[in-house]
Design a protein. Structure first.
Length: 156
């Protein structure tokens, strides 16, 4: 056998494993390719990047009006509302995202953070437990675990 063939025979499984790792580390959107084709979704993500929370809310409201089964849009809608301090709206959006996809890593993480922001540590810990079951070593799990470890209740 040629050395080229042997090297490629060895590299193929290694590259496959590496690519699987990249896929596992991908963002927590369930359907990023489909979402990239939706103008309002892209506008909402751009608004999040610019920290323009009002525009993000308006954009993701339009997405869920057109596609009420888009868990990613509900997740980002919750995220944007959370940054505006609209916790009731945030929890409602996260609830819809999780009803559509109970293992949505982003919604579990972000809702856990929202629970901490509203002094509901036990509920944040419940979201962390779900994340740990879904994906113990994901960034979302590590972020929420750190937030819980760093949590200090609001002064009463």
């Amino acid at each position: 056998m040629s050395s080229y063939f042997i090297r490629n025979l060895f590299l193929a499984p290694v590259l496959s494993l590496a690519m699987a790792g990249v896929a596992l580390a991908a963002p927590s959107e369930a359907a990023p390719l489909q979402n990239a084709k939706v103008d309002n979704f892209v506008a909402g993500k751009n608004a999040i990047d610019a920290k323009n929370w009002e525009l993000a809310v308006a954009s993701f409201d339009k997405v869920v009006a057109q596609d009420p089964k888009n868990a990613d849009a509900y997740n980002y809608l919750g995220f944007s509302n959370r940054w505006l301090g609209r916790y009731d709206a945030a929890f409602a959006a996260y609830g819809k995202a999780l009803a559509l996809d109970p293992n949505h890593k982003g919604a579990l993480n972000y809702s856990g953070i929202a629970y901490l922001k509203t002094d509901q540590k036990a509920k944040a810990e419940a979201q962390l437990a779900k994340l740990q079951t879904t994906c113990a070593n994901c960034d979302e799990t590590k972020q929420l675990a750190k937030a819980i470890a760093d949590y200090k209740p609001a002064a009463q």
